[in-house]
Design a protein around this ligand. Sequence first.
Ligand code: XUL
Ligand code: CO
Length: 445
Amino acid sequence: MKGYHYMAIFKDIDVIRYEGPKSKNPLAFKFYDPERIVMGKPMKEYLPFAMSWWHNLGAAGTDMFGRDTSDKSFGAAQKGTMEHAKAKVDAGFEFMKKLGIPYFCWHDVDLVPESDDINVTNQRLDEISDYILVKMKETGIKCLWGTANMFSNPRFMNGAGSSNSVDVFCFAAAQIKKALDITVKLGGKGYVFWGGREGYETLLNTDVKLEIDNIARLMRMAVDYGRSIGFKGDFYIEPKPKEPSKHQYDFDAATAIGFLKAHGLDKDFKLNIEANHATLAGHTFEHELRISAINGMLGSIDANEGDPQLGWDVDRFPMDVYTATYAMLEVLEAGGLTGGFNFDAKTRRPSNTYEDMFKAYILGMDTYALGLINAAKIIEDGRLAEFKKQKYASWCSELGQKIILGKANLVELAERAAKLRDAENPGSGSQEYLEEVVNQVLFGC
Ligand code: XUL
Ligand code: CO
């Protein structure tokens, strides 16, 4: 790293400012106005945005059919070196500073090139995290969460916590230990488990019970170690049903919550819900947020979106304002996030310039700002909440409360049904009316 001199990477790009909905400046916010007060608080407090190290500073366009389209060397002579790792830090902090992004998220192998010797990789992580700390102090930018990449290295082909091999399990443990050390060193608010290889291709060769129990054992060790070194934040599971494994054990929020409760991990864990993972599981994003929230486990969000025509994880920057609105309704109703909004998103392969990186984040941040503004309007309008209140009004009756308190039994309920002879119509669900209300609130004056 000696001999590397810092200079601005994005020289031609100025600080990104709010210019309002009428601005035609592609490098300005149209809706994200950090200081604008929404429901009593500045917008930026509702929307703690984070930059994902892997997509923004790493992914350069390689796909299964072709190589990189963009230059993410950031001025380093050679990629995959510590000079490059440091150039990524410089680029990342300049980028976040110019956009006003307060947090970042990382995998261990996003920060430094992985060596064949884990001891060397760990020394590199020590070195780069010293440098990141300097930048954090200079800029005030913070770490949202860290994680260990336990899916890229070929040793994890049969899983990490779910591996058939005890030695591979040890490597997973070692990577988690180090990633936790660095998370604590950087003051991270959370630590993520995303189990891309924690699943199976075929039951013919898989001991599902041993694998799931072993994942829990590894997570328990992570909690115990994390707490022993002073990590006070939340552990997160990031559910995803498939890809790269055909079937992943953390299929969706409900599955992950059941797993956490069954293994006594629910006090230390919350969920990191990713929009594109929700849709891959056949759910809406807001469904996954609701299931997490009602279980007290809505921790953080990976903000992106899928493509309606593509059945895999495309990690697009979010632009769907309805989805962002429904998501922000869930977040507001849950009382906010303890984590943040990490743009686990990448520019499309042909969007290959530095400017595109900025425009992508502008799109994502503006979409969530619109989501917040709209969700606040829906709450302030009150018609949706009032409808729901009326819909469930019978549960406020004496009998309804008796059932809720667990004091009723089947015999007395059957007696009431017999007396009524026929149940009254429970009332219209009025979906079309409610959708019209949403449109009116969004597009009416
Ligand atoms: C993969 C994915 C990961 C996690 C962190 O689909 O979402 O990038 O967010 O490992
Ligand atoms: Co993610």
